[in-house]
Design a protein around this ligand. Structure first.
Ligand code: MG
Length: 225
């Protein structure tokens, strides 16, 4: 297990970590794919969770049409998917997530958002649901990076925004692409199982520890930090 020197920053994934939003994302992607005639299955949106919308659209277009997606398709199809997501009932805060973020704030740890999402509706809600935790200058989104998770760039950018080194931070993510990104960035990585992906999928990415739920994580993680 990696060692944290002094904990100064906590980096949080959003979908499936702070919000129970993955089922809605899968539903919105499927609706867009069905309407556009793109081949897809609901499970794969959990598997590719954390990748940017552009990367997912490129994969879908390559599969159905045998060519890369154009920039227009990446923009337009993501806009459609985002609209369908916004039309669904609002996703709840993941149980245990607010307590975890508040305890970090209480301890004076800098909190940073590291999401592959460009979903404005959810990013705006964060300001209301997690007061003071994720101001715009401490949010890494799809717009902030050129290479999304599993590349280390998003979490490296998160460290930069917090102004800390990798060994002064902890990362929380529920998806294999996310924990891979954090591990590659050299950060102490906490994987949390919150959906259909099995814990082995997170363990195999080299996550330092994996919890079976967010409440479990919130209850036990401070023993390690
Ligand atoms: Mg996630």
């Amino acid at each position: 297990m990696k060692k944290i020197a002094t904990l100064r920053a906590a980096l949080f994934d959003m979908d499936g970590t702070l919000y129970d939003s993955m089922p809605n994302h899968a539903r919105a992607w499927m609706r867009m794919c069905e309407e556009q005639g793109l081949e897809a299955a609901p499970e794969e949106f959990f598997l590719h969770e954390g990748a940017t919308g552009a990367a997912i659209i490129d994969m879908l277009i390559r599969r159905t049409h045998g060519r890369p997606a154009t920039d227009d398709e990446k923009r337009d199809l993501y806009a459609i998917k985002s609209r369908y997501f916004s039309e669904l009932p609002a996703a709840g805060i993941m149980p245990g997530a607010l307590e975890l973020v508040e305890e970090m704030q209480h301890r004076g740890v800098i909190t940073v958002l590291v999401t592959g999402s460009g979903q404005a509706s959810l990013i705006e809600r964060l300001q209301h649901d997690f007061p003071g935790a994720f101001p715009a200058e401490r949010c890494v989104t799809a717009a902030s990076v050129t290479r999304g998770k599993p590349h280390p760039e998003p979490f490296l950018k998160g460290l930069e925004l917090a102004g800390v080194r990798a060994d002064e931070a902890v990362a929380f993510d529920n998806a294999p692409l996310g924990t891979t990104s954090a591990v590659r960035a050299g950060i102490f990585t906490v994987g949390v199982v919150t959906g259909p992906m099995p814990r082995e999928a997170l363990e195999q990415t080299g996550a330092d520890i994996v919890y079976n739920s967010m409440p479990d994580c919130t209850k036990h993680v401070f023993d390690l930090l």
